[in-house]
Design a protein around this ligand. Structure first.
Ligand code: DQA
Length: 141
């Protein structure tokens, strides 16, 4: 049976491709999802792909993953820097967790240098652009 990986995306990532393309690139989240699904198939992984602008919806998706998923790849977006609730939810998840940022957050404003999620993440990826999603999947194979 193939492993199920939850790929979770936080606020404003629904605007990928339109929002600050000089930072986040011109690919849409639908493009990213298609590439993730193609790559996952080559690794024998199954994907649940999700985006929300609401913190509680992301928390509930992580709860759902507790029962179903072997791993979580999460770009918490701005909640990276603010959300104890997402950290607590991830701490209640037993599988592998990878934190991903499209941009290199360490090269940007100081408030982006701290991540609550990093305290739980088994691996962190930043600055590879949207390609990072495909690269990060390798962690779960
Ligand atoms: C981001 C970086 C965050 O600081 C920012 O709030 C985002 C996207 C990234 O993918 O580079 O929305 O997580």
């Amino acid at each position: 049976m193939s492993k199920l990986i939850y790929v979770l995306n936080g606020p404003n990532l629904n605007l990928l491709g339109k929002r600050e393309p000089e930072i986040y690139g011109s690919e849409t989240l639908a493009d990213v999802e298609a590439r993730v699904r193609r790559k996952a198939a080559t690794l024998g992984l199954e994907i649940e792909f999700f985006q929300s602008n609401y913190e509680g919806a992301i928390v509930e998706k992580i709860h759902e993953a507790r029962e179903r998923a072997a791993g979580i790849l999460i770009n918490p977006a701005a909640y990276t820097h603010t959300s104890v609730a997402i950290l607590d939810a991830l701490n209640a998840f037993d599988g592998a967790v990878v934190e991903l940022h499209i941009s290199n957050v360490h090269q940007r404003e100081a408030f982006r240098h701290h991540s609550y999620v990093s305290a739980r993440a088994d691996a962190v990826m930043a600055g590879f652009g949207t390609l990072g999603y495909e690269l990060a999947l390798e962690h779960f194979k």
